[in-house]
Design a protein around this ligand. Structure first.
Ligand SMILES: [Zn+2]
Ligand SMILES: [Zn+2]
Length: 201
């Protein structure tokens, strides 16, 4: 259900049409207990119809499809005049960049005071604000939840990585972040400090 050419996930909209939304339209991501192979995430996404709907996304779809790993499409390779798989081409490009020390997504962990590489399943909440997005991220290294203020591209485009992000100066309790409305209210009253996101090479 992920289309790497448009960078969108598709879900059914209860009002009839298929909704194609980027990762930044997700509002809440929560790993379902139980399902492990593959892990499944319950998400809430902001639909073009004006409502938020629930959806299910597998771990692979969430974390690796944006890097091209699941693409079904082929393309005409002009150098060899053969049809090649877009999946292997995109996945190879992504692998080369990761080997070179880049990572598709990152955030600033407040508790550890340093940037950390992540994948989309580390996002817990995503809320659009005044031209930016507030994201609550569960650190894969220390499990603390930090809140960063980032651009839409930082969320939607793998390897974009904002050079500087806003960071709220305290760790968030997971319970306080269960609902998107509570998160929005937290964002409005929060103070952000600027931090650099360069990952160590
Ligand atoms: Zn809808
Ligand atoms: Zn951490």
């Amino acid at each position: 259900m992920y289309d790497p050419l448009t960078s969108t996930y598709s879900f059914p909209c209860p009002l009839g049409n298929e909704a194609k939304v980027p990762l930044s339209a997700f509002r809440l991501l929560e790993r379902l207990p139980g399902a492990a192979h593959p892990a499944v995430y319950r998400i809430l996404f902001s639909c073009r119809c004006g409502h938020d709907h629930p959806g299910l996304v597998s771990h692979d779809e969430l974390d690796w499809a944006p890097l091209g790993a699941g693409a079904q499409t082929t393309f005409r390779n002009l150098m060899t005049s053969q049809d090649d798989s877009l999946a292997s081409e995109l996945a190879e490009l992504a692998a080369a960049r990761i080997r070179a020390g880049e990572w598709p997504w990152s955030f600033f962990c407040f508790l550890e005071g340093r940037p950390r590489p992540i994948t989309p399943s580390s996002f817990a909440l995503i809320a659009p604000g005044d031209g930016t997005f507030g994201v609550a991220v569960r650190c894969p290294a220390c499990s603390a939840v930090s809140v960063n203020l980032v651009t839409r591209e930082h969320v939607d485009i793998p390897f974009w990585n904002d050079a500087r992000v806003g960071v709220v100066g305290h760790v968030f309790h997971t319970d306080a972040l269960r609902a998107i409305d509570v998160f929005r209210a937290e964002l409005l009253s929060a103070r952000f400090d600027e931090r650099r996101l360069d990952l160590e090479r």
